[in-house]
Design a protein around this ligand. Structure first.
Ligand SMILES: Nc1ncnc2c1ncn2[C@@H]1O[C@H](COP(=O)(O)OP(=O)(O)O)[C@@H](O)[C@H]1O
Ligand SMILES: CC(=O)N[C@@H](CCC(=O)OP(=O)(O)O)C(=O)O
Length: 257
């Protein structure tokens, strides 16, 4: 089965273009079985603002108290997931929305409970339910919320969750859909990046903020049996005439997998 994992960023989830859905339709026609994992950072922030809670991030990860976790789950499972599934359905894509923790799909552990609260990293992905849905022609649409072995819910960065899903399913491709055309330098899109080049751009400050976890996840996925990894835009076509448009991550020359 040709599996494609598409991570939809919170930056773009409410503004995905018709061209984006057209690209998804084309990829389905080409025989790709698609799993979506989505974020929702901006929606979580605006709900926190309504509750007058200041968002705190440590290295790009949201400090998640019990109260914040309630808001995170409310927004990811109750808003972002519902809205993405609905949009996919209205574009002819049969989609089933699930919390990552449902059916033990994403199990995880705390990263640093003292420092970050209920923030997790994925330890295991259970592919069974995803496989059943994909075989029947449905696209699973997952929030990045995971659950520990003891049944505690954890907030996981959506880029990291998508990377774990892509690795576990040995996906042919993993795409990170965001609000820019790819990795930019001096406002120009960089068509391909090796690990060394990427680390250089982080060091010189060209890659910053939310792009850092994205490129780090992209590199870690590429080295773990996922064929191709790209950062693409949700504003335009990201697939046209058989070509993907965005920044592609490349193995270093001379590195044998
Ligand atoms: N070199 C770069 N190229 C492109 N975007 C960058 C770069 N460095 C930082 N960014 C920022 O990263 C943002 C995308 O990350 P983020 O907002 O976390 O997206 P998402 O919600 O899609 O995961 C861009 O909108 C841009 O502001
Ligand atoms: C631990 C952590 O930071 N979780 C993220 C989960 C959502 C996410 O990653 O959304 P984006 O794709 O929009 O960034 C958060 O609470 O914002």
């Amino acid at each position: 089965m040709n599996i494609l994992v598409i991570k939809c960023g919170g930056s773009i989830i409410n503004e995905l273009s018709e061209s984006f859905f057209h690209s998804v339709n084309q990829l389905q026609d080409r025989g790709y079985h698609i799993v979506f994992v989505h974020g929702g950072g901006p929606d979580i922030n605006s709900m926190m603002e309504k509750f007058e809670i200041e968002p705190i991030f440590e290295d790009g990860l949201r400090k998640t108290t019990a109260e914040v976790l309630g808001i995170v789950e409310l927004m990811l499972a109750g808003k972002s997931n519902r809205s993405l599934v609905h949009k996919l359905e209205t574009h002819g894509i049969r989609a089933v929305g699930l919390n990552g923790s449902d059916g033990g799909i994403l199990t995880g552990g705390f990263i640093d409970e003292q420092k970050l609260g209920a923030v997790g990293e994925i330890q295991q992905v259970n592919p069974e339910l995803l496989g059943i849905l994909l075989e029947k022609g449905y696209c699973p649409v997952l929030t990045p919320i995971s659950i520990t072995g003891e049944g505690t819910k954890l907030n996981v960065n959506a880029d990291m969750a998508a990377g774990s899903v892509a690795k576990a399913l040995s996906a042919e491709m993993c795409l990170f859909v965001t609000d820019v055309k790819g990795v930019l330098k001096d406002e120009q899109i960089i068509e391909s990046l090796t690990e060394t080049e990427t680390l250089g751009l982080i060091l010189d400050g060209s890659i910053h903020g939310g792009m850092i976890p994205k490129v780090n996840t992209a590199l870690s996925v590429l080295n773990k049996g996922v064929g191709e990894v790209m950062i693409v835009s949700g504003k335009d076509h990201f697939y046209e005439a058989g070509q993907f448009i965005g920044t592609k991550f490349l193995q270093e020359e001379g590195v044998i997998q």
